[in-house]
Ligand binder design. Structure first.
Ligand code: AHG
Ligand code: MN
Ligand code: MN
Length: 337
């Protein structure tokens, strides 16, 4: 079988966008190159003094690990040098990064990124990831503005994630299905390994941090009990699987069928995950693969965004399982009032 590299695939797909002049293709290619560099560092993280915490605290109030900083810098410099974006929003930066260089003068796009997702897993050799989302700018010219990022998820032009796992994979969508590429380290290329990915409509995996059980809404508590009940017809009890790296958990569920939930908790009354650079891109991919993503009530991609680092609860995965969890949320809503 002929091996198709990410670069070849992107060029071939460019004809899907007759109005585009190749900027989006170049932008995706730049992200792929930065991902390879981050993967190289993740791979040798155990060997060099890059491991561990820098001691700084990021804008979310979390400890920043050195690889977070490295990945953040890597993606920002690749995107700046590529010249296709006029602003970047990153989990690691409080404000947007407007880009005002000669090469980016006519840039049409902005990128929102979680450079290293699952950072609590860096020190223990467990998969981490990168999540990205691309929008067309709404501002007219010059460096991008905050307004360029205050668009609903439905306006995304492309989104993807990279998983630095037992192998490194890049999965992305431009709204015409989802394709997955695995890095072949011997040739240093992402090769098409999972064309036109589709997620099962149902499955038997549920993924959430059950340590927060006492602080979950009643609907989620009841849904967990439902997952644990015996029922041959629906293949219950389901298996509980939670890595704590959203990308890895959602990637596994996408392939096998399952539901990932990060609900509101008393500690995080608005949820923990961020709408712009975590939930919207993951929702776009999962929907394109035939799955579903909501906040328990509303479709993630239709939520209004008012703040760069806005948080939201997330119910994502196989359509039937997300629907079932939402049914429990609705049924028990009254009892939480
Ligand atoms: P990040 O490392 O970018 O801050 O994201 C971590 C996220 C997500 O990837 C993961 O599923 C979740 O936080 C884990 O949170 P808990 O440790 O609260 O379960
Ligand atoms: Mn994250
Ligand atoms: Mn992160």
């Amino acid at each position: 079988m002929r091996v198709q590299t990410l670069g070849q695939f992107i060029i071939e797909k460019q004809t899907d966008f007759p109005y585009a002049k190749g900027e989006l293709s170049r932008l995706l290619r730049d992200i792929g190159i930065a991902a390879k560099i981050v993967n190289r560092e993740v791979n040798k993280a155990g060997l060099v003094e890059i491991l561990g915490e820098t001691g700084e605290v990021n804008v979310q109030g979390e400890q920043v690990k050195k690889l977070d900083v490295f990945a953040n810098e890597q993606f920002i410099s690749a995107l700046k040098a590529g010249g296709e974006v006029c602003a970047i929003a990153s989990e690691e930066c409080e404000d947007i990064i407007p880009i005002d260089t000669q090469v980016s003068k006519n840039a049409k796009y902005v990128v929102a990124i979680d450079p290293l997702d699952g950072s609590s897993n860096i020190d223990v050799n467990v998969s981490v990831g990168t999540i990205f989302s691309i929008y067309r700018r709404v501002s007219l010219s010059g460096p991008g503005t905050l307004e360029d990022f205050m668009q609903r998820g439905t306006e995304q032009i492309a989104a993807g994630y990279v998983i630095y796992g037992s192998s490194c994979m890049l999965v992305y969508t431009t709204g015409r299905g989802v394709n997955g590429f695995t890095l072949d380290p011997s040739i240093g290329e992402f090769c098409l390994s999972n064309p036109d990915m589709k997620t099962p409509q149902t499955g038997n995996i549920y993924s959430l941090n059950e340590g927060n059980y006492l602080h979950f809404p009643d609907g989620v508590k009841k849904y967990i009990k439902y997952c644990q009940e015996e029922d041959k017809a629906t293949d219950r009890p389901y298996s509980s699987r939670y890595i704590g790296s959203g990308v890895a958990d959602i990637h596994r569920n996408l392939l096998k069928g399952g539901v990932y939930i990060y609900p509101t908790t008393t500690k995080s009354p608005k949820g923990k995950l961020r709408l712009l650079y975590e939930c919207n891109p993951l929702a776009f991919i999962v929907e394109q693969a035939g799955g579903k993503a909501t906040d328990g009530k509303t479709r993630i991609m239709e939520k209004n965004i008012k703040e760069l680092h806005q948080r939201t609860p997330l119910f994502i995965g196989s359509t039937q399982m997300v629907d079932k969890a939402m049914e429990f949320m609705q049924k028990h809503e009254v009892s939480t009032l």
